[in-house]
Design a protein around this ligand. Structure first.
Ligand code: HEM
Length: 555
């Protein structure tokens, strides 16, 4: 190659390169300009939606263009999100607007507003955030809507009739005794009681509502319970973080692979339960024959304030007389066989998955928090044991009966106070079915908005509960309860869509705690100021439910 040709080629290369880099630069500029214009248009659109304009006057934290309030959750982990949320309500107000990008939600914490959304038949649909449960619960009670929900609620609520619950008590006792035996190995040491409580509550559900006959392997129950907790962590992250909300992006993440593995563990366990029950199903053998129809607790139910009554109260009061009654899974098997009732295999699986989750993780958290509280507040524990002594007399080791639980008024107050301070479900959400004016202020909630109701925040309102962080079970003395707005204590939600298992939960908690407390003195080296709370679907302690136990001795 001659020098001239070489120089020419070099010149051409330089020109080409500078042309190339110039065109890359131009493309970059065009793309950046395009992105800025698109984002500006998006922000203009976001601020001009009907929903945004109607909610503009609702107090809210500092809002940035495009991301709006998303920055509040961007770089925060789940425990930090709960803290941020509580601080917001303290600093911004009892009612706040939170906009994650263009998705506007309202957080309400005044009981008069809460009543609007929970009582009555209007706002029964859950907000869009519940859709992340769909692969797990299908159309189960917790997330279903419309006619499907009404039909299922009507069929399932009677399976929690008092006569069925009464028949569960010996099984509650059996599992409570079994966990006490296992806890003996931990006596004198500090340990996390949550694992023990969740194994127990999983096994209780399997052997009561699900009718499993063989005592389940503890390892299987523990694996299921852990998978449920990890899955809740994932769902909570998807609810809070914009990037994980989009299915297309979520599919590309490593979280999705973990999600698949966890769902496998969860669904294979519930599938096995249903298959086994189908093989051994005999309705007559399992039926509870209810001859009495009514129990003394009905007195309390009748005295209950009108605003808090729900279908469970109606069923216990009105569905009386001699009847054969079936527990949940058996009742669903019967419905499936009945040509007059629409009930499919999928309906059975959806409800089993829903109730296995709702029924165990909540009571595991409730009992673990209660044990921590008893360990911290020795004076309260002393009153609990004195009440147990008046009920059990000189036979503190005997099994607890349904009649005993009715006399456990102080223990019931301890459970209520625990659920007030540490509601296992710290937040629920409904979809506004029409434009609604709030009762507490000049605010409009537009149709379609997600209405977030935080039990955690409502239960700690200083104007409703003086010295709100103090653990004081006597707040639940009937005369003190009567002075509060009835939507100011809603651990089980309230109204037509309240927790269908609330009576099951209260009975189980009484039997479990009464059995443990009669066998062990509970201690804690912490105070509740040391608690590191995490509110991902079910309230937990990231630093563990640490307690220690000492066996009680009786003469
Ligand atoms: C301390 C224990 C419990 C607490 C604090 C609790 C709390 C709640 C709350 C707050 C809701 C409303 C959820 C929402 O609107 O998003 C709910 C619904 C529900 N709970 Fe519970 N729950 C407990 C125990 C149970 C048990 C033991 C079962 C079943 C055996 C159960 C089954 C359900 C079901 C099926 C729903 C959906 C009801 C519907 O939408 O019609 N829960 N629970």
């Amino acid at each position: 190659m001659s020098a001239d040709i070489f120089n020419e080629t070099m010149k051409e290369n330089v020109v080409n390169e500078s042309f190339m880099s110039g065109s890359i630069f131009n493309s970059f500029l065009t793309a950046t300009f395009g992105l800025v214009v698109t984002l500006a248009l998006y922000d203009y659109w976001r601020r001009n939606t009907r929903s945004y304009k109607l909610m503009k006057n609702i107090p809210n934290p500092k809002e940035y263009p495009i991301v709006a309030h998303s920055y509040l959750v961007f770089f925060r982990n789940n425990p930090e999100i709960l803290e941020t949320f509580v601080d917001l309500i303290k600093n911004v107000g009892e009612t706040i607007r939170v906009s994650l990008g263009h998705v506007n939600s309202i957080v309400i914490s005044n009981p008069v507003d809460v009543e609007i959304f929970l009582s009555g038949q209007k706002h029964l649909e859950k907000s869009k955030e519940y859709r992340f449960f769909k692969p797990w619960f299908g159309d189960g009670l917790l997330i279903s809507k419309g006619h499907h929900w009404r039909h299922h609620r009507k069929m399932i609520a009677p399976t929690f009739h008092q006569s069925i619950l009464k028949s569960f008590v010996p099984t509650f006792v059996q599992h409570s005794n079994a966990v006490c035996d296992r806890l003996l190995a931990k006596a004198g040491k500090e340990f996390d009681c949550h694992k023990y409580m969740s194994e127990t509550t999983v096994n209780i559900l399997l052997t009561t509502a699900m009718g499993v006959k063989k005592q389940p392997e503890l390892e299987t129950s523990a694996k299921y319970a852990q998978a449920v907790m990890d899955m809740c962590d994932i769902i909570h992250t998807r609810q809070m973080k914009m990037l994980y909300r989009l299915d297309a992006l979520y599919r590309l993440t490593s979280m999705r692979q973990k999600d698949n593995k966890l769902m496998n563990i969860i669904l294979s366990m519930t599938r096995k339960v249903v298959e086994e029950r189908k093989k051994n199903f005999n309705a007559d053998e399992r039926a509870v024959v209810d001859k009495n129809g009514t129990f003394p607790v009905n007195k309390t139910i009748k005295e209950k304030k009108e605003g808090l009554r729900d279908d469970l109260d109606d069923i216990d009061e009105n569905d009386v007389g001699e009847k054969k009654r079936l527990a949940l899974l058996d009742a669903m098997m019967e419905m499936e066989k009945n040509p007059d009732i629409t009930w499919t295999d999928k309906d059975v699986m959806d409800e089993v998955n829903t109730i296995m989750f709702e029924g165990h993780d909540t009571t595991a958290a409730g009992s673990s928090f209660a044990l921590c509280m008893l360990g911290i507040h020795q004076d309260v524990q002393q009153r609990v044991i004195e009440e147990q002594e008046t009920i059990f007399g000189h036979d503190m080791r005997r099994d607890c009966t349904f009649a005993d639980t009715i006399q456990m008024n102080y223990l019931e107050r301890v459970i209520c106070e625990t659920l007030r301070l540490f509601p296992p479900v710290p937040l629920i959400a409904r979809k506004a079915e029409e434009d609604i004016k709030l009762a507490s202020g000049p605010y409009i909630v537009p149709k379609g908005t997600a209405v977030l109701i935080s039990q955690f925040v409502i239960h700690r309102r200083g104007d409703v509960y003086p010295d709100p962080d103090k653990f004081d079970p006597d707040r639940f003395l009937p005369e003190r309860t009567a002075q509060r707005h009835y939507y100011s204590f809603i651990p089980f939600s309230a109204g037509p869509r309240s927790c269908v298992g609330r009576k099951f939960a209260m009975l189980q908690l009484k039997v479990l705690l009464s059995t443990i407390i009669r066998k062990y003195k509970v201690f804690s080296s912490r105070t509740d100021k040391d608690f590191r709370l995490q509110g991902d679907i079910i309230l937990k302690l990231t630093n563990g439910f640490q307690i220690s136990l000492e066996p009680r001795t009786y003469a």
